[in-house]
Design a protein around this ligand. Sequence first.
Ligand code: ATP
Length: 291
Amino acid sequence: MQPAMAETPEISFRHVGRTYRGRSGYTEALQHIDLSIAQNEFVSLVGPSGCGKSTALMLMAGLDQPDSGQVEVEGKKVIEPSDRVGIVFQDATLLPWKSVMENVLYPARIRGIPVKRVEPQAAALLELLGLERFKDRLPHELSGGMRQRVGICRALAYSPRVLLLDEPFSALDALTRDEMNLLLLELTESLRQTVVLITHSIQEALLLSDRVLVMSARPGRIIADISVPFERPRRPADVLHSPDFRHLEAQIRDLISGHEPGSSARTPNALFRQRLESFRQQIQTQTQNIV
Ligand SMILES: Nc1ncnc2c1ncn2[C@@H]1O[C@H](COP(=O)(O)OP(=O)(O)OP(=O)(O)O)[C@@H](O)[C@H]1O
């Protein structure tokens, strides 16, 4: 069931634009973004590579500022990072010389928060995510999935209202990724935090989210806001095999590839076909030369 929209949204973007100024000129990453995410809602951002998804997340986290418009979390303009927002990146970026527990406590130390205040929550999270036995290990002694779980514990250790996830599982193998999705599904259904997930996996977005926001190619705009109809608690087996799932998956894929929903636009574009053909010819010529 989708949560009711609270009076003040947890996260809101009003006419947000962001243009980067680099050595090679200007890159308009985001254009006129308006969005509203309710408390306890799980929203995924999907869209073509480079469409501004990470930029949007950086703005929510207070790690970057918009050039136009306003970003608010809990009704307050975001001007810097805060404890209200936790973030997990594709690579957990743990400090290699610190233990798992020390990594989870590290943000508290650098912010001058008494560690004693955070430690019980950190220990409980490590236990919840099956890492209790590894709390004294160093990051290199853990698998990729375990390191990402430590990253999640670190982000949740301060009970942030909002959890931002920037492709947290994309570097993991398919099996570990499925396990992590299951874990995240259970975790977010029990903690009921506001979560924003960036993913390239439409399946992942549909399995986990209440809503999927589809972005256009750069400059990124929201081109579709899709409610995910599956009841919670969700069982992946029920969701992944339902006709609704397949329909939504195709609709989102078509939107991302720039076609109207329902069209069969899953073939490579003309430029790609051209390159593929020239690649085939090259291989053929090389093979003939060898023979
Ligand atoms: N610091 C920066 N300076 C200059 N350009 C940037 C900077 N950060 C991002 N960009 C550009 O802004 C655009 C949006 O980047 P962003 O990382 O937000 O996209 P994305 O949708 O998250 O991409 P991907 O899915 O490939 O991770 C891209 O064209 C990128 O090259």
